[in-house]
Structure formats: C-alpha cells, structure tokens
Design a protein around this ligand. Structure first.
Ligand code: ATP
Ligand code: MG
Length: 457
C-alpha cells in the first residue's frame, strides 16, 4: 500500500534538497541523492509521488542517469507519479521523460508555489487512480455476486468492511439467498485469500460422523480408525473455516465447538494433545437460532460467540430490482454455457418472474433458468419453458388508485426491461416524455433501476 502523503525527492544538490524539504512541508519527505539511493527508497517506502532531478551524479550536466532512474522507477512501481525537474534550458529531455511515462516536468529555478501545485495534483491523481484500481479489483473479486438492490449493496458493503478483520461472522438468510457465496467472498477479500477455504455442512453429515469430520481422530481412537486423520478445522489452518447450517449442529458437539472458538485449540478424537489452529470462522444458517435457543436446542453461549458480526441476507423477493437483474444475467450466462444464441424472456415470462415469490431464492431461479434455456426452442423464453404460470387476475388490488399505481409500476418495469434500461427507448414505449418518465420513476421510488444499470454499463 502506498502511504498517501509520502514524497520522495531525488536531488543531488544539498542546498536544493534543503530548500525543497523546507518548502514542501505538507508531505512526509524522503531524500535521495543518486540513483541507487532513489531505488532503495522507492522499494522501501513506495512513495505516491517522486520529484526527480534529471541531472544526477556521476555526471550532473547530462540527463542520462536521471532518465535511467526514471525508467527503473516506472518499471518497479508503475503507479508512482514522477515529476522530473530539469535545468532551465533542457526542454528536450523533459519531453523525453514525459514520453517515457513521467507524470509531468518542471524547469529550474524552483518556484515553491508552482512546484507545490504540481505535486498536489500528482498526489490527487494518484489517490484517484488507486481508488479506481481498488474498485476494479473488487469487481473481479466479487465475480458471481449479482447485486443491484440497495439491500444487497448494503450487504456487500458490510462484507467489504468485515473481510479484513478476524471477526467471527454469522450469515443468516433463507435457503438459496447466497450465504455460501458471501462466505466465500469474505474469504476472498481477506488477507487469508491464498489459504484454504474449508466448508462443512452440519446438516449433510450424519451426527455420528460429524465430530471426526470436524476434529479428526488419532489412529485406534475407535474401530475403523486405522490411520491418524486430520479434521476439517485443521485443514483450514491459516484460512477460513465455514460451518454451514450451524443450526443443525448436534447439541453434544456445540460444547466442543464452543471450546475451540474460545481457546483456538482442538483435540483430535482419541488424542491428548492440544493442537492450536488459526482460522477465521464464518457460520451460516437458514434457521432461527433464537427459537432454537428458546427450545434448548442451541446453546446461547455458542450463539454469542458465533455472532460477533451478524449479516442478514434478505430474501430475493424483497430486493428491489434484483430479480430481473439476476434473471437477465443468469439467462445470458446459461445461453453462453449451452453455446446457444442469446435468448430473452417473453413479456409474460418476465412478468411472472417479477411477480413470483421465489421461496427458494437465487438457487430456485438458477434451476428454473437452466431448465428453461435447455427447453426453449426459440429466442424467447416462455412461461412454459420456466414451468411458471401467469399471475392470477384476482391478485390485483381493488382500490382504483392502487390498481393504477401497480399497473404503472409494472408497465414501467416492463418497458425498462425491453429497452435494456435505455431511458429514451423506455419513454417511447410508454408513450410519455422523458421528464415524465423521470418523475414517475421518482414517484414510485424506482430511480435505482436506471442508476444501477448505468453503473454497470
Ligand atoms: N447474488 C447472487 N448473484 C449470483 N448468484 C447467486 C447470488 N446469490 C446466490 N447465487 C447462487 O445461487 C446459488 C445458491 O447460493 P448459495 O449456495 O450461496 O446459497 P445458500 O444461502 O448457501 O443456500 P442453501 O441454504 O441452499 O445452502 C449458488 O449457486 C450461488 O452461486
Ligand atoms: Mg448453503
């Protein structure tokens, strides 16, 4: 990471060094008097900005050592903004330096105010570029997670915040809402990303096997324990351990897990040795842990340990705008996977997808769309391909104002969908002027639909 106000000054004249250090007091300054010192300082401190005198020893009358230094700096740290400082008649080398990748040049004699301004701009640009790189990285990190609703964007922001910490995190959400995907995102965005991510699903493993699956066993611990075997927790050493369906963890094992969380040591079954394990713990469940605690099926003390940070993942039907965003993206993805031409939803199909409650959330949508892509024999995905039915008429409200509003909302969403969220095209389809569309979007609180699409474009 580049500290934000570190400035490296490469200047061989001790008098000028002093003058610069004195006049550039907004920054944390490192000084270097020649190429070797400059490169060492660069490697050690990774400054955001460098001012580089082109006339460096052994022959300060000539720019060759300065240009060689510039080249090496840019090879080592291409993001660094280098401002070259040249003699007053040396425009030619200044231009060559900029062509090589220097950010800007400045001709002696030094006017502190002007140089200060150039340096401030370089810092500003460097910070902007660094933010931009971070954003780009995040998008590749989070590949796979489609989120446009404000609810999911809030969840994603929390994930960003929590990922670098060691906090034990509990993910709550209905089945298929993306708990495992988010657990992986937490891992991938943490400093543990290169270490293992190990998941154990408490509901999928018979109670009798779960203990040895988690903690491992020593040779001879029980009949059939023929070799010493590590548990999954140990395999996660240095990485993240994801305990899925924690609500299904048998009561007897909860005490053992609690001990591990408190003391960060495990004992294999049949073993006497305590083994220290360094893992970040993430848990998930679709069950209501408070209710389980009330029924004495889940330990309250374990719950408190697990829920240092709790993230509630909203069901798909409550995420404004996500249903269609996820539907369209998955549809594209599956068409590509199946090597078929891009398909679209028929108007009835799009309407049914919007109106459906998706009890199985994203997983259910995945299943329906995978099937539909295989079943459909033309460019439009129909209700039949999805095995869905049109919304029954009697679900419409009776109050006329409510009917108008819900029809208005449905028409706007459909038009947006058809036009690929193009505002001009949407207003044309709806037969209204653009300003009217904007005010309708505002009235129904749908502005995010176009905003998110613009962000993604
Ligand atoms: N926001 C999303 N964007 C894209 N794909 C998603 C999203 N949320 C979930 N998925 C996909 O949906 C499927 C279900 O997600 P995941 O397994 O993470 O959910 P879960 O909450 O753990 O579900 P379950 O309770 O069924 O185990 C996965 O294939 C996942 O990749
Ligand atoms: Mg899961």
């Amino acid at each position: 990471m580049t500290p934000s106000n570190l400035l490296l000054i490469v200047e061989d004249d001790p008098g000028l060094q002093k003058q610069l250090k004195w006049s550039l007091d907004d920054y944390e300054i490192i000084l270097a008097g020649n190429k070797a010192e400059a490169i060492t300082a660069l490697r050690r401190h990774m400054p955001a900005v460098v001012t580089l005198d082109l006339g460096l020893p052994p022959d300060p009358t000539n720019a060759s050592e300065g240009l060689a230094t510039l080249k090496e700096i840019l090879e080592l740290a291409p993001e660094t903004k280098v401002i070259v400082v040249t003699g007053n008649d040396d425009r030619c080398n200044a231009i060559e330096a900029v062509a090589m990748g220097a950010y800007d040049f400045y001709q002696k004699p030094i006017d502190a105010d002007v140089l200060n301004m150039i340096i401030a701009r370089a810092f500003h640009l460097q910070a902007l570029e660094q933010d931009f790189r971070k954003l780009q990285q995040q998008q590749t990190f989070s590949t796979g997670i489609i989120a446009t609703s404000s609810q999911m964007l809030t969840v994603m922001r929390m994930i960003e915040r929590i990922a670098p910490t060691q906090a034990t995190t509990l993910l709550l959400g209905e089945s298929g809402t993306g708990k495992e995907l988010l657990a992986r995102a937490l891992h991938e965005k943490s400093s543990r990303a290169k270490m293992p991510f190990i998941a154990v699903n408490c509901a999928a493993i018979p109670e009798s096997l779960l203990e040895s699956e988690l903690f491992g066993y020593e040779k001879g611990a029980f009949t059939g324990a023929v070799v010493q075997t590590k548990g999954k927790i140990e395999y996660a050493e240095g990485g993240t351990f994801f305990l899925d369906e924690i609500g299904d963890l048998p009561f007897a094992l909860q005490a053992k897990l609690l001990r591990f969380i408190q003391e960060r040591v495990i004992e294999r079954i049949g073993g006497r040795k305590e083994i220290a394990v360094d893992v970040r713990i993430v848990c998930a469940t679709h069950r209501n842990l408070q209710e389980l605690i009330a029924e004495n099926l889940f330990r309250g003390d374990l719950y408190f340990r697990l829920s240092e940070i709790t993230i509630e993942i909203p069901p798909l039907r409550e995420r404004e705008g996500d249903i269609m965003a996820i539907g369209n993206t998955l549809l594209k993805r599956y068409c590509k996977d199946n090597h078929c031409k891009e398909k679209r939803f028929s108007p009835e199909a799009a309407q049914a997808i919007e109106n459906y409650a998706w009890p199985g959330n994203v997983r259910e949508m995945e299943n329906k769309l995978k099937r539909a892509v295989i079943m459909s024999d033309n460019a439009l995905i129909s209700l039949e391909d999805l095995e869905m039915s049109a919304q029954p008429e009697n679900s419409m409200p009776l109050n006329l104002k409510a009917v108008r509003e819900s029809a208005e909302i449905a028409a706007i969403k459909r038009a947006l969908h058809y036009s690929d969220y193009n505002v001009a095209e949407t207003s044309r389809l709806l037969g209204i002027a653009r300003p009217t569309l904007y005010s309708l979007l505002e009235k129904h609180n749908l502005q995010d639909l176009i905003r998110n699409q613009l962000d993604q474009a």
